[in-house]
Design a binder for this molecule. Sequence first.
Ligand code: ZN
Ligand code: ZN
Length: 134
Amino acid sequence: MNCPRCNSSLSKEVINDMNASIEIDACNSCGGKWFDKGELTEIEKLVEPTFIEIRKIPKRKEQYAALSCPSCSNMQLLEKVEHPRDHKVIIDYCPSCKGIWLDKGELEAIKEENWFSILGKAFKWLIGYEPESI
Ligand SMILES: [Zn+2]
Ligand SMILES: [Zn+2]
């Protein structure tokens, strides 16, 4: 699998939380992380969702660059989804495999908080998300 942002190859990384650990695909070059649907489902089972506040994020222009899904194919573009309560935060989401790409800035902000509760909340919100046009 290659990084949707910089095209370096992704490597496995384990994230530990108080409650559990999950294995994800991480880019050592740009610091982005890929969470597939199965990983996010695991997270969702563990968490009591709390509100997410993400402060350090990439520039808007960077966030809006088109990315293709590392899991599906280069033809499958990730959708840009604005966080419903913080419109500065853009999450890249694959409508086909339901994976989520987090950029480095997004990751660092999340790391200050509780990983799993934040991701669980994001996942619940994305599953309920219905694009206006497909
Ligand atoms: Zn990268
Ligand atoms: Zn995909």
